[in-house]
Design a protein around this ligand. Sequence first.
Ligand code: ADP
Ligand code: MG
Length: 439
Amino acid sequence: MPLPVPEGYRPLDERTLPAYLAGLPAIAERLGGSPADWRAADVGDGNVNLVFLVHGAAGSVCVKQALPYVRLVGESWPLTLERIWYEYQALIECARYVGRRVPEVYHYDPRLYLLVVECLSPHIILRRGLVDGIRYPRFAEQMADYLARSLFFTSNLAQPAEEKRRRAALFGGNVELCRIMEDMVFTEPYRLHERNRWNSPQMDGLAEEIRRDVPLKLAVSRWKLRYMNSAEALIHGDLHTGSIMVTPQDTRIIDQEFAFYGPMGFDVGAVLANLLISYISQNGHATAAQPREEQQRWLLETVEELWERFRDAFLDLWREHGLGDAYPQPLFADPAAQAALAEERKAYLQRLFDDAMGFCGAKILRRIFGLAHVLDLETIADPDCRAACETACVRLARDLLVHPERYRGIADVTAAAAALRRDQSPAGSDLQRGTAGAA
Ligand code: ADP
Ligand code: MG
């Protein structure tokens, strides 16, 4: 049974949407012309909500409405309507620091649990572009800037203590969406669960192996606790390559409904995890006409560039805008203290790297054994070839989780990924062997 809905709530559709939007003067003006000529299209590739693009004579808008259940699954999986309010709050808070990296908000309707935002065009979903072999030369720089600004400015490094606590408390109510991550990322893939699925029978052996893998279950539970415990910054909370829309020139971040004050490394690790999956999965998309070697080289460079630019941008922001209540300035006025603080900042970033790698491992594994899979792997037609890519992903992810000491810098991660991709062993072989490139 779906949740009972509040009075006045009704889901809109392509037919009812134009009349509704006609009642919002600013939106009507943006669309232009007569409402009778507006065309609403159900985008339909979302998993959770209703999303429509509405086109008028003068412009377009994107309308997102929460349903009292998960769209992909149906009424048997009820989910709170309030999720769209958190998305709205995250968009406006984030926009203060990242400007147009997130879509502009035009309207929020608390009765219909509906959000009207900027229609991104000609942007496409990054994951789709990567599967199709497209390269995005500006992506690493723009994504690093988004991550550094959104995470730094919402943290205690930049905010007054009271403000940070108030904001964190506001997002503290997003419990249902956080619970989904807690279950689907950190728990379900490691036990028998009706929601799990995998590439069967090729991956049956590995699925069983990770259910018996105590060191892996300990490691992933350690990261689960960190996800639950750490309110470092306002994080996107679901920052995979399906939540990023791109052109070769521009990068935009969408789908903020999982936002809350959580560990910074969860966002950084999510992006890197999905780039690494894309990298390894390119083996399954290579053809004689499109060998994908350039794409793979670019993806590995992007993983490195993204982390390095993020780290440097974050440190720059901290040096220039570190006015929050953590590390109070008067305590570090003299040169010796300043030098010590500079070392402290570097250590903070090293700890953030470790977090990102732990979450990266967890984010990779859930895409192979949990409910939600990714196009990068699912569109590989040959199940054996797909399983070889998946096995390489699993090896990398397990090693990141169980042997973090092998990954002190981003080059250790890309070296391990490159070695695994070159040496894609048959599916289901011994996991404990770890990765060829590391150690
Ligand atoms: P869900 O929460 O259901 O996953 P998303 O926010 O991910 O919904 O949106 C679903 C799809 O709608 C995206 O994959 C993208 O194709 C499209 N979309 C979402 N927001 C916009 C936007 N602002 N402009 C253009 N297309 C969008
Ligand atoms: Mg989505």
